[in-house]
Write a protein that binds this ligand. Structure first.
Ligand code: NAP
Length: 293
C-alpha cells in the first residue's frame, strides 16, 4: 500500500479561507480581531516565526500589533508590556515568542498573560480547562493535528493512538485532547518517551501514530502496521551538501519506507507545520468572538 499524503498546506489554506470569512463577518459588526506578537531579542528562527505569524494575520484581516524588544529588555519592562496588552481592548490574543533571553523568567511572563487572551493555550488556567474538558484555548500544534485528522476523515472514536513524545507543547496536550469524551476525542491513547520499554511494540498496535520526538528516523517501517495513519510532527535539520543552505528538513518518521505501509501520512515540511499558525489565527478569532458576547 502506498499512503495518500495529507496536504497540510491545503488544509491550512482551507481553514484560513474560513477564518477570513469569519473575520469579515466580525468586522461588519465593528469587531476587528487583534493579535499582539512580542519578540525579545534577535534570534533568527524566532524572528522568522514572528514575521510568518504577522503575515498570516494580515492575510486574513486580523490586526497585528508588532512588539519587538531588544535582547537587554528587563523582566519588569516585559511584564509591563504584557500588562498593557492585557488591558488593551483592541488586543484579543497575546503571543510571547519563546524562547526568551536567559535573564527573563519565562514562566512568570506566561503566567502574567490574561488567560482570556492566551491564544497559545500555555497558561495553566487553559491547560486545566482543557484537561477537565471545559472550553479553553487549545495549544496550536496539537489542535492543528486533530484538525488534520478530522479533515482527512480519520475516525478518532475508538482508535488506538500512539504518541511518541510527552512535551508540554505537543505530546501531553495532544494525549489529553484525544481522550476527551467528545467527537474530537474518544480515542485510546498511549504516550511513549525515552523511558518506554519496547516502544516498537506499542507503535505496532497503533491505528494512528503521532511522532513528536525531535529525532530523525524515530519511526521506521518495521514499527508501523499496514494501513496505519502516520502524523509526523518532528522538524529536524540534517546535513545535505546538495542544498544551498547545507541542510534539509526531515521529520521523525522514515518517510520513504513508512509511506509504503501507511494509509495516510503527513510530509515534512508541508504537513503539521502550516497548521500551527492557522490554529493561532483560529484562537485569536475565537477570542474576539468571545469578547464580543
Ligand atoms: P521536546 O520538548 O524535545 O520533547 C521530545 C519528546 O520526545 C520528549 O518527551 C522525549 O522523551 C521524547 N523522545 C525523544 N527521543 C525519543 C526516542 N528516541 N524515543 C521515544 N521518545 C523520545 O520536543 P517538542 O517541543 O515536543 O517537539 C518535538 C518535535 O516536534 C521537534 O522536532 C519540534 O521541532 C517539532 N515541533 C514541530 C511543530 C510544528 O509546528 N511543526 C511544533 C512544535 C514542535 P523524554 O520526555 O523522556 O525526554
Amino acid at each position: 500500500m502506498t499512503a495518500k499524503i495529507i496536504d497540510g498546506k491545503q488544509v491550512a489554506a482551507d481553514m484560513r479561507a474560513e477564518l477570513k470569512a469569519e473575520v469579515e463577518r466580525l468586522k461588519a459588526k465593528g469587531i476587528v480581531p487583534g493579535l499582539a506578537v512580542v519578540l525579545v531579542g534577535d534570534d533568527p528562527a524566532s524572528k522568522s516565526y514572528v514575521t510568518a505569524k504577522e503575515k498570516a494575520c494580515e492575510e486574513i484581516g486580523i490586526y497585528s500589533d508588532d512588539n519587538r524588544l531588544p535582547a537587554e529588555t528587563t523582566q519588569q519592562e516585559l511584564m509591563s508590556l504584557v500588562d498593557k496588552l492585557n488591558r488593551d481592548s483592541r488586543i484579543h490574543g497575546i503571543l510571547v515568542q519563546l524562547p526568551l533571553p536567559r535573564h527573563i523568567d519565562e514562566n512568570k511572563v506566561l503566567l502574567a498573560i490574561n488567560p482570556d487572551k492566551d491564544v497559545d493555550g500555555f497558561h495553566p488556567v487553559n491547560v486545566g480547562k482543557m484537561v477537565v474538558g471545559e472550553k479553553a484555548f487549545l495549544p496550536c500544534t496539537p489542535h492543528g493535528i486533530i484538525q488534520l485528522l478530522l479533515r482527512s476523515k480519520v475516525k478518532l472514536e475508538g482508535a488506538e493512538v500512539v504518541i511518541v513524545g510527552r512535551s508540554n507543547i505537543v505530546g501531553k496536550p495532544l494525549a489529553n485532547m484525544l481522550i476527551q469524551k467528545s467527537p474530537t476525542g474518544n480515542a485510546t491513547v498511549t504516550v511513549c518517551h525515552t523511558r518506554t520499554k519496547n516502544m516498537a511494540e506499542h507503535v505496532k498496535r497503533a491505528d494512528i501514530v503521532i511522532a513528536a520526538a525531535g529525532r530523525p528516523n524515530t519511526i521506521t517501517a518495521d514499527m508501523v502496521r499496514n494501513g496505519a495513519v502516520v502524523i509526523d510532527v518532528g522538524v529536524n535539520r540534517v546535513e545535505d551538501t546538495t542544498r544551498k543552505k547545507g541542510y534539509r528538513l526531515v521529520g521523525d518518521v522514515d518517510f520513504d519506507a513508512v509511506k509504503e505501509k501507511a494509509s495516510l501520512i503527513t510530509p515534512v515540511p508541508g504537513g503539521v507545520g502550516p497548521m500551527t499558525i492557522t490554529m493561532l489565527l483560529y484562537n485569536t478569532v475565537e477570542s474576539a468572538k468571545r469578547a464580543a458576547h
